[in-house]
Ligand binder design. Structure first.
Ligand SMILES: Cc1ncc(COP(=O)(O)O)c(C=O)c1O
Length: 409
């Protein structure tokens, strides 16, 4: 029966990880992998999460099932973290369930959309995180794209985006990255969020916010500006949140799916559907990671400690962005890489050609995706000058070749 199966092509990110491991160059640099790394290249357990773990384990007397909605304290704490002051005003219209990571939340949300409106299309940004397509599309929904990133200015092409969104019909969903757009690093401004809210109100499409990096851009509240504005002004908003990055609990699989419905009766109905959907996929979410997040969010001292740890990760990434931009300016004498400082979050497209990316890999042992998406926290004070020297070398050689190509027919 299974003999018909043939191996699938290697996932580009997993392929890159394997190549990096095989590389014996002691100066090799990994800018491919999508997890936060500290100055020493490690992804440690946060101290606040470690302290929460000790408390949770000391208290735990049973491993009985948690129930289909997961940990209710976690659901409340995360709803408040996401929606801030808006939460108390919309609480009775908000259905939420714990899910296995942001991926699980995205999938439950997609299944909920299918249950409510099987013909719905989900519009995703071009480009978007690669896993959005299978996570949402495999639920049976149609996926279409709207223009998002302008590679020339390295920023959001808002007029092209809005031109397409203006044609999205009522009943479709528009997936928006809450902050720290993956892969481009280009985020919407508060004014742009408000314009999207107005368009959604006018035309009836439903915003679907993927919040995977809250706290990594400008701050825990500032990063949720768009989501909160939508929740305050629109009848319906869908949200999928991940705790993987901001709590550093990647392997524990912690996320939240939330629906702001037009009224509380619909929210209750949606809640029952969320439970039935999870029952049909994984029965109920895992307990441990969500219990840790709930403890951190609810225990005042741990919360303060955690917020400081998030700020430290954010400041490190933003500091590296500034250092990288300045170092490139010093090497090239142009502001070609100034956009890296303006962008936010874990990733940026460095704007290199595939040939330049492959040369960096082959000749300098610097690894990033072929699209030139680089994971900024893979930089550190030691490797940054080497990375910048190497990028300057391939960029300058490229421009010399171009000049040669033009002047010597
Ligand atoms: C944009 C985006 N959404 C969602 C996720 C899901 O993360 P996880 O399932 O690990 O919580 C990620 C992870 O990289 C992401 O980048």
């Amino acid at each position: 029966m299974f003999e018909q199966l043939t191996p699938l092509p290697v996932d580009p990110i997993l392929g890159l990880i394997a190549l990096f491991r095989q590389d014996t160059n002691p100066d090799k640099v990994d800018l491919g992998v999508g997890i936060y790394k500290n100055e020493r290249g490690e992804t440690p357990v946060l101290a606040s999460v470690r302290a929460a773990e000790e408390r949770v384990l000391a208290r735990q007397t049973s491993k009985a099932y948690v129930g289909p909605a997961g940990n209710l304290q976690f659901n409340r704490g995360m709803s408040e973290l996401l929606l801030g002051d808006v939460f108390s005003a919309v609480e009775s219209r908000f259905a939420a369930a714990q899910a296995p990571g942001g991926c699980g939340a995205l999938r439950v949300a997609a299944e909920l959309v299918k249950a409510a409106h099987p013909g719905a299309t989900i519009w995703v940004s071009d480009p978007t995180w690669g896993n959005h397509i299978p996570l949402l599309g495999n639920a049976g929904l149609t996926i279409r794209t709207y223009p998002y990133f302008d590679a020339v200015s390295s920023s959001v092409d808002f007029s092209a985006m809005m031109d397409t969104l203006a044609r999205v019909p009522a009943g479709d969903l528009v997936l928006l990255h809450g902050c720290c757009h993956n892969p481009s690093g280009a985020d919407l401004s508060p004014t742009q969020w408000r314009e999207i809210a107005a368009l959604s109100l006018k035309n009836g499409f439903v915003p679907f916010v993927d919040m995977a990096y809250q706290g990594f851009g400008e701050g825990l509240d500032a990063d949720a500006y768009g989501l909160r504005y939508l929740a305050e002004h629109l009848p319906e908003v869908l949200v999928a949140a991940s705790c993987s990055k901001n709590f550093g609990v990647y392997r524990e699989r912690v996320g939240l799916v939330g629906l702001l419905a037009a009224n509380s009766a619909t929210a209750q109905a949606a809640q029952s559907h969320m439970h039935s959907i999870s029952r049909g996929i994984y029965s109920m979410p895992p307990d441990h990671g969500a219990a840790l997040v709930a403890e951190v969010l609810m225990e005042p001292a741990l919360r303060i400690q955690w917020e400081a740890e998030v700020a430290e990760m954010r400041d490190r990434i933003n500091g590296l962005r500034t250092d990288f931009s300045r170092a490139m300016q010093a090497r090239l004498g142009t502001d070609r890489f100034a956009f890296v400082e303006r962008q936010r979050g874990m990733f940026s497209f460095l704007g290199l050609t595939e040939e330049q990316v492959l040369r960096l890999r082959r000749e300098h042992s610097i690894y990033m995706l072929n699209s030139s998406r680089a994971s900024i926290s893979g930089l550190n004070r030691v490797n940054l000058p080497y990375v910048c020297d190497s990028i300057a070398a391939v960029v300058e050689e490229g421009s010399q070749r171009k000049v040669a190509g033009v002047s010597i027919p």
